[in-house]
Design a protein around this ligand. Structure first.
Ligand SMILES: *[C@@H]1O[C@H](CO)[C@@H](O)[C@H](O)[C@H]1NC(C)=O
Ligand SMILES: *[C@@H]1O[C@H](CO)[C@@H](O)[C@H](O)[C@H]1NC(C)=O
Length: 292
């Protein structure tokens, strides 16, 4: 439904939350991926995306689906800073680096593609110990980008991950119901992220970290979709809606729904553009406007 059907790396039928945030800040309507060969530093100077779907705070998470680990994203970001300085000069580039908003959203894959999938991880950590381990990595990550000049940072909470269609499909306790254990872990983890944010704001001079928590708004959309003009929450639009993700959505498109705007989820793990827009509007109005 987006950009003439050209694949852009977004795990959705259209724009993802950062695209909407960029627009709300008065910048461009889509944020290009750093590795997309169709763009260069001229485009990246007003916003750039280093995200990799399927990655997480923990190195083990990115290894599961062989995607870009967080440390590598930081490497690309360092390379970007150098390119920005040679393009705009040191002074202007440094101004952009310190005035930019850094939108950080991770964690769901650390639980669902790592902790709950790999017995080796569960042998090492109780779920609370794993949450603390991720919080330690998040703290280290923010420290790294702070040392590189980042000051305005949004750390996202994690969504009600027990209600993702894939997790409903494989919920052996109650098939097609939300996995409440996973939702409880999300709530517990979000409290810890919020505590970390308070700590970072005290410890690092000049930093401004805010908490963008999508949990409640997404939970509301899943429980009462009609309020948002939507119908379907337990199944995704693409394919059968039960398990397909990513490229599988292209392969069996004959099953896909005709109007994705009626669905909360595009694939069994990721929201539709419509859902992304509702979440982005809510988070911008309640939190991210502070960086205007
Ligand atoms: C980036 O690409 C645009 C359009 O393709 C071109 O005009 C511009 O010179 C390029 N900028 C750099 C710094 O390479
Ligand atoms: C993750 O892997 C990178 C590259 O091997 C390494 O530098 C880094 O220390 C690892 N992080 C942790 C927390 O082990």
């Amino acid at each position: 439904d987006f950009d003439g059907g050209r694949p852009t790396g977004r795990f959705s039928n259209g724009r993802v939350p950062v695209d909407f945030f960029s627009e709300y800040y008065g910048l461009k309507k889509t944020v290009p991926a750093y590795l997309d060969p169709n763009y260069n530093i001229t485009d990246f100077a007003t916003g750039v995306n280093f995200a990799s779907a399927g990655t997480g705070y923990d190195n083990t998470t990115s290894a599961v689906l062989n995607v870009i680990p967080l440390w590598k994203e930081v490497d690309y970001y360092k390379e970007y800073q150098e390119r920005l300085r040679s393009y705009l000069g040191v002074q202007k580039a440094n101004e952009i680096i310190s005035e930019s908003v850094y939108l950080v959203s991770m964690g769901t894959n650390d639980f669902l593609e790592n902790y709950y999938l790999l017995p080796t991880t569960r042998l090492c950590y109780t779920v609370q110990a794993f949450e603390d381990h991720l919080i330690g990595l998040a703290k280290q990550f923010v420290g790294e980008i702070y040392n590189l000049g980042a000051r305005k940072i949004s750390l996202a909470g994690i969504p009600p991950m027990g209600c993702l269609p894939l997790e409903r499909t494989i919920n052996l306790g109650a098939i097609s119901e939300c996995n409440e254990e996973y939702n409880n872990v999300a709530v517990e983890f979000n409290v810890k992220i919020n505590n970390l944010i308070n700590q970072l704001n005290k410890e690092l001079p000049g930093i401004q970290v805010v908490f963008s928590n999508p949990y409640n708004i997404l939970h509301q959309m899943i429980k009462r979709p009609t309020i948002f003009g939507m119908d379907v929450t337990s199944k995704a639009c693409c394919g059968t809606g039960l398990v397909e993700m990513s490229y599988l959505c292209v392969l069996d498109s004959s099953f896909s729904c005709s109007n994705a705007d009626k669905y909360v989820f595009w694939d069994s793990f990721h929201p539709t553009e419509k859902t992304n827009e509702v979440m982005a509007q809510h988070l911008f109005k309640s939190v991210l406007y502070k960086f205007l």
